[in-house]
Design a protein around this ligand. Sequence first.
Ligand SMILES: Cc1cc2nc3c(=O)[nH]c(=O)nc-3n(C[C@H](O)[C@H](O)[C@H](O)COP(=O)(O)O)c2cc1C
Length: 224
Amino acid sequence: MNKKHFFKVVANLLFIGGAFVLSSCCGKCCKNEACPNEGAAVTTASAVDSSAIVLDAISKRTSIRAYQETAVEEEKVEKILRAGMAAPSAMNKQPWSFTVVNDKAILKQIADSAPNAGMAANAPLAIVVCGDMDKAIEGDGREFWVQDASAATENILLAAHALGLGAVWTGAYPNVAKAKMFARILNIPDNQVVLCVIPMGYPAEAPAPKDKWNEGNVHYNVWK
Ligand SMILES: Cc1cc2nc3c(=O)[nH]c(=O)nc-3n(C[C@H](O)[C@H](O)[C@H](O)COP(=O)(O)O)c2cc1C
């Protein structure tokens, strides 16, 4: 192999190697099928960009309690619900349901019945997150539904923020009387427990996000 040929081979190998590293394909799959590992942790420039976007959304999200009258587009509502359902859940039971409320009269009824959800009266939309007891784990792990539905709720709050909306978690369960009252208003069946109501809409206020970093909350290994 002469010198020129050698450098050409090396250049080609570097090009192929670079393309492989930048591709999101694991390289183990059949090229004719969708890669099962697509999107797996491959550090590319775009992965670095998206981590900054995700972390920014998490740190800038804040509770929004005043809304413009503008309706929330259906496509955005679906994206938000998809984010909710993307949450982790114990044993992947997904023990939740979501009730979208965009009827002004019902939003007012919710607000009038619970002062802590009073902002619903001026929201174009609220999503009511329930635990679905028919899907919840039987026995010891039953109460995991609360964490599962809470994870879905946080995903909803983050998705709303990412889409330029403002939202707030207003609590129901473990206040059983309040959870039942919301269920009555919405004709939600007995196998569902209302965890929270999330009024949302385009923000009519811009409170500064709170910096909650507290080193004192962090411990390594054995507490000192
Ligand atoms: C379980 C839970 C229940 C909450 N209930 C209410 C509520 O009933 N009304 C309300 O205005 N905010 C409620 N919030 C929102 C909190 O007040 C808010 O998250 C907290 O003050 C921190 O502010 P931030 O969301 O802007 O970071 C609730 C939040 C959580 C997690």
